[in-house]
Design a protein around this ligand. Structure first.
Ligand SMILES: Nc1ncnc2c1ncn2[C@@H]1O[C@H](COP(=O)(O)OP(=O)(O)O)[C@@H](O)[C@H]1O
Ligand SMILES: [Mg+2]
Length: 227
């Protein structure tokens, strides 16, 4: 199996503005993420970090360039097949968690299990992951009944539940206090050491210091080469 979980080349993304202009958000990005990587992506607000993460996860289609996930081009697939492929290959963690408010912790995690897997299998796997992240005693809670740190750990479990080897995280510690931030970062590091990979956008030095590698971005470009 290939070590390259994500390979990006020549990526360009523009956003049209409502008054007929455009914002050039990505200006030719090349990037490879391999198993074992924990990369912090840094840069000033507006430099294109979130756009890059969304394109890498195929949630946003670039105008130019290629995104390969484990050697495959998701855009060669139909939209439905691409969704299933994305769910199997990529887990997302966002600053604002994006948990479903009216579902329990267990159901939030199971929601992102692989389509087609039997419910019992999904539940066993979800319980195991929740236990690993110290959430066994919160299975029936709803997100609003959890601490902020617990909510972000549920979001991480959900990202892991589909079996994806690549985690894309956008300011995952942005809403956490220092102690909870460290717990989350330790889990991300452990995931990478176990053969997964993490690409994490952050502007917090404590978070980027935790990553194994740091990449700097400015005005739609990466300042360091990593291909
Ligand atoms: N949907 C959008 N429509 C128009 N412009 C956008 C949109 N999303 C982002 N942008 C612009 O693209 C640039 C990059 O945004 P973003 O990737 O969110 O930066 P970052 O995450 O580094 O703060 C910014 O200048 C932002 O204003
Ligand atoms: Mg952003």
């Amino acid at each position: 199996m290939t070590d390259e979980l994500l390979h990006i080349s020549g990526l360009e993304k523009r956003y049209p503005t409502r008054w007929g202009g455009e914002v050039v958000a990505l200006r030719g990005i090349g990037l490879t993420i391999r198993r074992g990587d924990f990369v912090a992506l840094r840069g000033p607000s507006g430099c294109g970090k979130t756009t890059l993460l969304l394109c890498a996860g195929t949630l946003l289609r670039p105008e130019c360039g290629q995104v390969l996930l484990q050697g495959r081009d998701p855009y060669a697939l139909s939209a439905a097949a691409r969704s299933a492929f994305r769910a199997a290959k990529v887990g997302f963690v966002f600053q604002n968690f994006h948990l479903v408010p009216y579902l329990s912790v267990l159901d939030n995690v199971m929601l992102c299990g692989l389509a087609g897997a039997p419910r019992a299998t999904l539940e066993t796997q979800a319980r195991k992951l929740l236990e690993k992240l110290g959430l066994s005693h919160r299975l029936r809670h709803r997100p609003s009944e959890l601490s902020i740190g617990e909510q972000q750990r549920v979001a991480l479990v959900r990202a892991l539940a589909g079996g994806a080897m690549l985690i894309l995280a956008d300011e995952p510690t942005g809403n956490l206090d220092a102690a909870n931030g460290r717990i989350l970062l330790d889990h991300l590091a452990e995931f990478a050491r176990a053969g997964g990979a993490v690409l994490m956008v952050t502007h917090e030095p404590a978070a980027s210091d935790h990553a194994f590698t740091r990449l700097d971005m400015q005005d739609g470009r990466l300042l360091d080469s990593r291909i």
